[in-house]
Design a protein around this ligand. Structure first.
Ligand code: GCU
Length: 401
Protein backbone atom coordinates (compact mmCIF):
# COMPACT_ATOMS: atom_id res chain seq x y z
CA UNK A 1 0.00 0.00 0.00
CA UNK A 2 0.96 3.61 0.07
CA UNK A 3 1.81 4.24 -3.54
CA UNK A 4 1.46 7.74 -4.85
CA UNK A 5 2.48 8.87 -8.31
CA UNK A 6 6.18 9.73 -8.17
CA UNK A 7 6.79 8.27 -4.77
CA UNK A 8 6.61 4.66 -3.94
CA UNK A 9 6.40 4.04 -0.27
CA UNK A 10 6.28 0.61 1.13
CA UNK A 11 4.22 1.12 4.25
CA UNK A 12 3.17 -1.43 6.84
CA UNK A 13 -0.47 -2.38 6.37
CA UNK A 14 -2.71 -1.53 9.34
CA UNK A 15 -4.96 -4.42 8.41
CA UNK A 16 -2.37 -7.12 8.19
CA UNK A 17 -1.26 -8.85 11.34
CA UNK A 18 2.43 -9.30 12.18
CA UNK A 19 2.20 -12.93 10.98
CA UNK A 20 0.83 -11.79 7.63
CA UNK A 21 -2.83 -12.65 8.21
CA UNK A 22 -5.48 -10.16 7.10
CA UNK A 23 -7.41 -8.34 9.82
CA UNK A 24 -10.98 -8.44 8.62
CA UNK A 25 -13.13 -7.67 11.64
CA UNK A 26 -13.40 -5.07 14.37
CA UNK A 27 -12.86 -7.84 16.87
CA UNK A 28 -9.57 -8.94 15.27
CA UNK A 29 -8.47 -5.32 15.16
CA UNK A 30 -9.26 -4.70 18.83
CA UNK A 31 -7.94 -7.99 20.15
CA UNK A 32 -4.96 -8.55 17.92
CA UNK A 33 -3.75 -5.86 15.60
CA UNK A 34 -4.28 -2.76 17.72
CA UNK A 35 -2.31 -4.14 20.71
CA UNK A 36 0.44 -5.26 18.30
CA UNK A 37 0.78 -1.78 16.84
CA UNK A 38 0.68 -0.12 20.26
CA UNK A 39 3.47 -2.40 21.46
CA UNK A 40 5.58 -1.61 18.39
CA UNK A 41 5.29 2.13 19.04
CA UNK A 42 6.19 1.59 22.69
CA UNK A 43 9.22 -0.52 21.83
CA UNK A 44 10.59 1.38 18.89
CA UNK A 45 9.44 4.99 19.04
CA UNK A 46 8.08 6.62 22.20
CA UNK A 47 9.19 4.10 24.84
CA UNK A 48 7.22 2.37 27.55
CA UNK A 49 5.62 4.42 30.27
CA UNK A 50 6.14 2.81 33.68
CA UNK A 51 3.14 1.43 35.47
CA UNK A 52 4.60 2.23 38.90
CA UNK A 53 1.81 2.97 41.38
CA UNK A 54 1.84 6.57 42.54
CA UNK A 55 0.27 8.35 45.45
CA UNK A 56 -1.79 11.07 43.84
CA UNK A 57 -3.91 13.88 45.12
CA UNK A 58 -5.45 16.98 43.62
CA UNK A 59 -5.76 20.24 45.47
CA UNK A 60 -7.97 23.09 44.34
CA UNK A 61 -5.73 26.13 44.78
CA UNK A 62 -8.29 28.72 43.78
CA UNK A 63 -11.53 29.11 41.92
CA UNK A 64 -13.65 32.03 40.79
CA UNK A 65 -16.86 32.39 38.80
CA UNK A 66 -15.79 35.91 37.92
CA UNK A 67 -13.13 35.30 35.32
CA UNK A 68 -13.41 37.14 31.98
CA UNK A 69 -15.89 39.58 33.45
CA UNK A 70 -18.16 36.82 34.75
CA UNK A 71 -18.23 34.87 31.48
CA UNK A 72 -16.01 32.12 32.84
CA UNK A 73 -15.10 29.99 35.78
CA UNK A 74 -11.37 29.82 36.43
CA UNK A 75 -9.83 27.06 38.52
CA UNK A 76 -6.24 26.31 39.35
CA UNK A 77 -5.61 22.81 40.60
CA UNK A 78 -2.36 21.25 41.80
CA UNK A 79 -2.09 17.62 40.71
CA UNK A 80 0.38 16.14 43.15
CA UNK A 81 2.28 12.87 42.75
CA UNK A 82 4.48 11.11 45.23
CA UNK A 83 6.80 8.16 44.88
CA UNK A 84 9.00 7.38 47.89
CA UNK A 85 10.44 10.71 48.92
CA UNK A 86 10.08 12.34 45.50
CA UNK A 87 7.24 14.60 44.50
CA UNK A 88 5.94 16.16 41.32
CA UNK A 89 3.23 18.80 40.88
CA UNK A 90 1.39 19.57 37.67
CA UNK A 91 -0.39 22.92 37.90
CA UNK A 92 -3.58 22.73 35.95
CA UNK A 93 -5.37 25.86 34.72
CA UNK A 94 -9.02 25.55 33.78
CA UNK A 95 -11.34 28.02 32.14
CA UNK A 96 -14.91 26.83 31.79
CA UNK A 97 -17.80 28.79 30.29
CA UNK A 98 -20.17 30.14 32.97
CA UNK A 99 -22.81 27.68 31.68
CA UNK A 100 -20.81 24.90 33.37
CA UNK A 101 -22.50 25.97 36.60
CA UNK A 102 -25.71 24.40 35.41
CA UNK A 103 -24.46 21.58 33.18
CA UNK A 104 -21.15 19.93 32.31
CA UNK A 105 -19.23 21.28 29.33
CA UNK A 106 -16.89 19.67 26.80
CA UNK A 107 -13.23 20.52 27.30
CA UNK A 108 -10.06 20.78 25.23
CA UNK A 109 -7.07 19.50 27.19
CA UNK A 110 -3.63 20.56 26.05
CA UNK A 111 -0.12 21.24 27.20
CA UNK A 112 1.44 24.66 26.77
CA UNK A 113 5.13 25.26 26.02
CA UNK A 114 6.09 28.10 28.34
CA UNK A 115 3.79 28.29 31.36
CA UNK A 116 0.08 28.67 32.08
CA UNK A 117 0.53 32.42 32.49
CA UNK A 118 1.50 32.74 28.80
CA UNK A 119 -1.91 31.44 27.72
CA UNK A 120 -4.08 34.37 28.80
CA UNK A 121 -3.32 37.77 30.35
CA UNK A 122 -5.00 37.13 33.70
CA UNK A 123 -2.92 38.27 36.68
CA UNK A 124 -4.34 35.51 38.85
CA UNK A 125 -2.64 32.78 36.82
CA UNK A 126 0.25 31.23 38.72
CA UNK A 127 3.74 31.47 37.30
CA UNK A 128 5.77 28.24 37.01
CA UNK A 129 8.33 27.88 39.77
CA UNK A 130 10.59 25.44 37.89
CA UNK A 131 12.59 25.67 34.69
CA UNK A 132 11.23 27.72 31.77
CA UNK A 133 12.93 28.24 28.40
CA UNK A 134 15.44 31.08 28.49
CA UNK A 135 13.56 33.23 26.01
CA UNK A 136 10.58 33.21 28.39
CA UNK A 137 12.42 34.63 31.41
CA UNK A 138 11.62 36.45 33.55
CA UNK A 139 8.34 34.57 33.46
CA UNK A 140 6.29 37.48 34.87
CA UNK A 141 7.04 39.50 31.70
CA UNK A 142 5.27 36.92 29.51
CA UNK A 143 1.71 36.97 30.81
CA UNK A 144 -0.57 36.33 27.85
CA UNK A 145 2.44 36.25 25.49
CA UNK A 146 1.13 33.16 23.64
CA UNK A 147 -2.47 34.35 23.59
CA UNK A 148 -2.66 34.16 19.79
CA UNK A 149 -2.37 30.38 20.05
CA UNK A 150 -4.99 30.10 22.80
CA UNK A 151 -8.00 32.28 21.95
CA UNK A 152 -9.60 31.70 25.36
CA UNK A 153 -12.62 34.07 25.00
CA UNK A 154 -13.50 32.60 21.58
CA UNK A 155 -13.26 29.00 22.83
CA UNK A 156 -15.46 29.76 25.84
CA UNK A 157 -17.99 31.67 23.74
CA UNK A 158 -18.56 28.49 21.75
CA UNK A 159 -19.32 26.51 24.86
CA UNK A 160 -16.01 24.74 25.36
CA UNK A 161 -13.65 24.80 28.30
CA UNK A 162 -9.88 24.66 28.32
CA UNK A 163 -7.73 22.54 30.63
CA UNK A 164 -4.07 23.32 30.22
CA UNK A 165 -0.81 22.65 32.01
CA UNK A 166 2.78 23.65 31.37
CA UNK A 167 4.67 20.73 29.77
CA UNK A 168 7.74 21.66 31.85
CA UNK A 169 5.85 20.73 35.04
CA UNK A 170 5.75 17.16 33.69
CA UNK A 171 9.16 17.06 32.08
CA UNK A 172 11.34 20.08 31.29
CA UNK A 173 12.19 20.14 27.60
CA UNK A 174 15.94 19.60 27.63
CA UNK A 175 18.26 16.65 27.77
CA UNK A 176 19.34 16.12 31.38
CA UNK A 177 19.78 12.35 31.27
CA UNK A 178 16.18 11.76 32.43
CA UNK A 179 16.75 12.96 35.97
CA UNK A 180 14.16 15.69 36.33
CA UNK A 181 10.38 15.76 35.86
CA UNK A 182 8.36 12.57 35.92
CA UNK A 183 11.34 10.57 34.64
CA UNK A 184 13.09 11.43 37.90
CA UNK A 185 9.98 10.60 39.90
CA UNK A 186 9.36 7.20 38.34
CA UNK A 187 12.74 6.12 37.02
CA UNK A 188 15.49 4.21 38.71
CA UNK A 189 18.72 6.11 38.01
CA UNK A 190 21.12 4.21 35.75
CA UNK A 191 18.52 1.61 34.87
CA UNK A 192 17.14 2.93 31.66
CA UNK A 193 16.41 0.37 28.98
CA UNK A 194 16.50 0.80 25.20
CA UNK A 195 12.69 1.03 25.31
CA UNK A 196 12.38 3.33 28.33
CA UNK A 197 10.14 6.31 27.79
CA UNK A 198 11.29 9.67 26.49
CA UNK A 199 9.88 13.14 26.98
CA UNK A 200 7.08 12.85 24.39
CA UNK A 201 5.73 9.82 26.29
CA UNK A 202 6.16 11.69 29.58
CA UNK A 203 4.05 14.55 28.26
CA UNK A 204 1.44 12.03 27.05
CA UNK A 205 1.43 10.57 30.58
CA UNK A 206 0.78 14.09 31.90
CA UNK A 207 -2.15 14.50 29.51
CA UNK A 208 -3.66 11.31 30.92
CA UNK A 209 -3.29 12.74 34.43
CA UNK A 210 -5.23 15.80 33.26
CA UNK A 211 -7.86 13.37 31.98
CA UNK A 212 -7.93 11.69 35.40
CA UNK A 213 -8.66 15.08 36.94
CA UNK A 214 -11.36 15.88 34.37
CA UNK A 215 -13.22 12.72 35.39
CA UNK A 216 -13.45 14.05 38.93
CA UNK A 217 -14.84 17.46 37.99
CA UNK A 218 -18.62 17.53 37.64
CA UNK A 219 -18.54 20.73 35.62
CA UNK A 220 -16.76 18.84 32.83
CA UNK A 221 -18.55 16.54 30.39
CA UNK A 222 -16.54 13.37 30.96
CA UNK A 223 -17.44 11.88 27.60
CA UNK A 224 -16.30 14.93 25.66
CA UNK A 225 -12.73 15.58 26.64
CA UNK A 226 -10.53 16.30 23.62
CA UNK A 227 -6.76 16.08 23.60
CA UNK A 228 -5.08 18.62 21.37
CA UNK A 229 -1.47 19.58 20.81
CA UNK A 230 0.66 21.77 18.60
CA UNK A 231 3.96 20.64 17.11
CA UNK A 232 5.98 18.70 19.73
CA UNK A 233 2.88 18.77 21.93
CA UNK A 234 0.96 17.46 18.90
CA UNK A 235 3.23 14.41 18.88
CA UNK A 236 2.45 14.01 22.60
CA UNK A 237 -1.30 14.49 22.02
CA UNK A 238 -1.35 11.73 19.38
CA UNK A 239 0.55 9.36 21.64
CA UNK A 240 -1.76 10.23 24.56
CA UNK A 241 -4.79 9.58 22.34
CA UNK A 242 -3.33 6.23 21.27
CA UNK A 243 -2.45 5.12 24.80
CA UNK A 244 -5.57 6.47 26.48
CA UNK A 245 -8.91 5.79 24.83
CA UNK A 246 -10.77 7.99 27.33
CA UNK A 247 -9.99 10.97 25.07
CA UNK A 248 -13.05 11.35 22.89
CA UNK A 249 -11.37 13.36 20.12
CA UNK A 250 -7.69 13.63 19.26
CA UNK A 251 -6.23 16.65 17.46
CA UNK A 252 -2.76 17.08 16.00
CA UNK A 253 -1.77 20.58 14.95
CA UNK A 254 1.37 20.70 12.77
CA UNK A 255 2.91 17.75 14.63
CA UNK A 256 5.17 16.69 11.74
CA UNK A 257 8.02 14.21 12.14
CA UNK A 258 7.19 11.39 14.58
CA UNK A 259 3.74 12.93 14.94
CA UNK A 260 1.28 12.77 12.05
CA UNK A 261 3.78 12.83 9.14
CA UNK A 262 4.91 9.64 7.42
CA UNK A 263 8.55 8.98 8.32
CA UNK A 264 9.37 7.00 5.18
CA UNK A 265 8.84 10.04 2.97
CA UNK A 266 11.87 11.78 4.54
CA UNK A 267 10.46 15.17 3.67
CA UNK A 268 11.30 18.01 6.04
CA UNK A 269 12.56 16.73 9.38
CA UNK A 270 13.92 13.16 9.39
CA UNK A 271 14.19 10.56 12.14
CA UNK A 272 17.95 11.17 12.37
CA UNK A 273 17.58 14.93 12.61
CA UNK A 274 14.93 14.72 15.33
CA UNK A 275 16.90 12.14 17.35
CA UNK A 276 20.11 14.15 17.09
CA UNK A 277 18.51 17.45 18.00
CA UNK A 278 16.15 16.18 20.68
CA UNK A 279 17.86 13.11 22.15
CA UNK A 280 15.44 13.10 25.09
CA UNK A 281 12.17 12.93 23.13
CA UNK A 282 12.04 9.25 22.15
CA UNK A 283 13.31 5.90 23.37
CA UNK A 284 16.84 4.86 22.58
CA UNK A 285 15.66 2.15 20.18
CA UNK A 286 14.32 4.84 17.85
CA UNK A 287 17.89 5.81 16.98
CA UNK A 288 18.30 2.50 15.13
CA UNK A 289 16.13 4.03 12.42
CA UNK A 290 18.28 7.11 11.81
CA UNK A 291 18.58 7.19 8.00
CA UNK A 292 16.80 3.80 7.96
CA UNK A 293 13.16 4.77 8.09
CA UNK A 294 12.25 1.88 5.79
CA UNK A 295 13.36 -0.54 8.53
CA UNK A 296 10.84 0.84 11.05
CA UNK A 297 8.19 -1.75 11.92
CA UNK A 298 5.64 1.09 11.97
CA UNK A 299 4.97 4.36 10.24
CA UNK A 300 2.89 7.23 11.50
CA UNK A 301 -0.35 6.27 9.71
CA UNK A 302 -0.42 3.35 12.14
CA UNK A 303 -0.29 5.77 15.06
CA UNK A 304 -3.29 7.59 13.59
CA UNK A 305 -5.13 4.31 13.08
CA UNK A 306 -4.91 3.66 16.84
CA UNK A 307 -7.35 6.52 17.43
CA UNK A 308 -10.16 4.73 15.54
CA UNK A 309 -13.11 4.61 15.93
CA UNK A 310 -12.86 7.92 17.79
CA UNK A 311 -12.77 11.06 15.69
CA UNK A 312 -9.29 12.30 14.77
CA UNK A 313 -8.22 15.65 13.34
CA UNK A 314 -4.90 16.45 11.70
CA UNK A 315 -3.99 19.96 10.56
CA UNK A 316 -1.05 21.19 8.53
CA UNK A 317 0.11 24.64 7.45
CA UNK A 318 1.00 25.47 3.85
CA UNK A 319 4.43 26.98 4.65
CA UNK A 320 5.37 24.35 7.20
CA UNK A 321 7.60 22.19 5.00
CA UNK A 322 9.56 21.04 8.05
CA UNK A 323 6.43 19.17 9.22
CA UNK A 324 5.71 17.76 5.72
CA UNK A 325 2.03 18.71 5.20
CA UNK A 326 1.58 16.16 2.43
CA UNK A 327 3.06 13.44 4.63
CA UNK A 328 0.47 14.35 7.28
CA UNK A 329 -2.35 14.22 4.75
CA UNK A 330 -1.19 10.85 3.41
CA UNK A 331 -0.88 9.40 6.90
CA UNK A 332 -4.57 10.24 7.39
CA UNK A 333 -5.38 8.57 4.11
CA UNK A 334 -3.54 5.40 4.97
CA UNK A 335 -5.17 5.25 8.39
CA UNK A 336 -8.59 5.24 6.74
CA UNK A 337 -8.94 1.46 6.23
CA UNK A 338 -9.25 1.05 10.00
CA UNK A 339 -12.08 3.58 10.16
CA UNK A 340 -13.72 1.76 7.25
CA UNK A 341 -13.48 -1.49 9.19
CA UNK A 342 -15.66 0.18 11.85
CA UNK A 343 -18.11 1.19 9.13
CA UNK A 344 -17.06 4.84 9.41
CA UNK A 345 -15.96 7.35 6.82
CA UNK A 346 -12.34 8.36 7.19
CA UNK A 347 -11.18 11.61 5.65
CA UNK A 348 -13.01 10.88 2.43
CA UNK A 349 -10.58 12.62 0.07
CA UNK A 350 -7.95 11.31 -2.30
CA UNK A 351 -6.14 14.56 -3.05
CA UNK A 352 -4.88 17.16 -0.67
CA UNK A 353 -7.42 19.95 -0.31
CA UNK A 354 -6.63 23.53 -1.27
CA UNK A 355 -5.51 25.71 1.63
CA UNK A 356 -8.25 26.79 4.02
CA UNK A 357 -10.83 24.29 2.78
CA UNK A 358 -11.27 21.90 5.70
CA UNK A 359 -12.35 18.30 5.19
CA UNK A 360 -14.98 17.61 7.79
CA UNK A 361 -16.98 14.84 6.10
CA UNK A 362 -15.95 11.85 8.13
CA UNK A 363 -14.27 10.67 11.29
CA UNK A 364 -10.89 12.01 10.20
CA UNK A 365 -10.83 15.77 9.84
CA UNK A 366 -8.03 17.52 7.97
CA UNK A 367 -7.13 21.02 6.91
CA UNK A 368 -4.20 22.79 5.34
CA UNK A 369 -4.16 26.29 6.77
CA UNK A 370 -2.37 28.88 4.67
CA UNK A 371 0.66 30.32 6.40
CA UNK A 372 3.50 29.20 8.62
CA UNK A 373 3.86 26.69 11.45
CA UNK A 374 1.61 27.71 14.33
CA UNK A 375 -1.66 27.24 16.19
CA UNK A 376 -4.05 30.01 15.20
CA UNK A 377 -7.61 31.19 15.76
CA UNK A 378 -8.47 29.71 12.35
CA UNK A 379 -7.25 26.27 13.47
CA UNK A 380 -9.34 26.53 16.64
CA UNK A 381 -12.44 27.47 14.65
CA UNK A 382 -12.02 24.35 12.55
CA UNK A 383 -11.49 22.17 15.63
CA UNK A 384 -14.60 23.48 17.33
CA UNK A 385 -16.69 23.05 14.15
CA UNK A 386 -15.48 19.45 13.90
CA UNK A 387 -16.02 18.79 17.61
CA UNK A 388 -19.56 20.15 17.32
CA UNK A 389 -20.27 17.75 14.45
CA UNK A 390 -19.19 14.77 16.52
CA UNK A 391 -20.33 15.85 19.97
CA UNK A 392 -23.71 17.23 18.90
CA UNK A 393 -24.76 15.09 15.95
CA UNK A 394 -28.36 16.20 16.22
CA UNK A 395 -27.38 19.32 14.30
CA UNK A 396 -26.81 21.64 17.22
CA UNK A 397 -23.87 23.78 16.29
CA UNK A 398 -23.43 25.56 19.58
CA UNK A 399 -23.11 24.21 23.06
CA UNK A 400 -23.85 27.38 24.98
CA UNK A 401 -27.45 27.89 23.93
C1 GCU B 1 11.26 21.74 16.04
C2 GCU B 1 11.25 20.24 15.84
C3 GCU B 1 9.85 19.72 15.50
C4 GCU B 1 8.84 20.24 16.48
C5 GCU B 1 8.93 21.74 16.60
C6 GCU B 1 8.04 22.37 17.66
O1 GCU B 1 11.06 22.38 14.84
O2 GCU B 1 12.19 19.95 14.84
O3 GCU B 1 9.85 18.32 15.47
O4 GCU B 1 7.56 19.82 16.13
O5 GCU B 1 10.26 22.10 16.94
O6 GCU B 1 7.67 21.74 18.62
O7 GCU B 1 7.76 23.58 17.53
Amino acid sequence: MGEEPGQELSLPDPLQSADGRPIASVEAWQRQRRPQILTLFREHVYGRSPETPLETQSQLLEMTADALGGKAIRKQVALQFKSGDSRLTINLLLYLPAAAQSRPVPVFSLLNFNGNHTVYPDRAIRIPTGWVPEEFRPAEAFRGARGDSYPVPGILARGYGLATAYAGDIDPDFDDGFKNGVHGLLGVPGQRQPDSWGTIAAWAWGLSRIMDYCLTDDQIDHRRVTVLGHSRMGKAALWAGAEDSRFALVISNNSGCSGAALSRRRQGESVKVINDRFPHWFCQNYRQYNDREEALPVDQHLLLSLIAPRPLYVASASQDDWADPEGEFLACRYAEPVYHLFGLKGMDAVRMPAPDTPLHHGHIGYHLRSGPHGLTAYDWRCYIDFANTHFHPAGKTKTNE
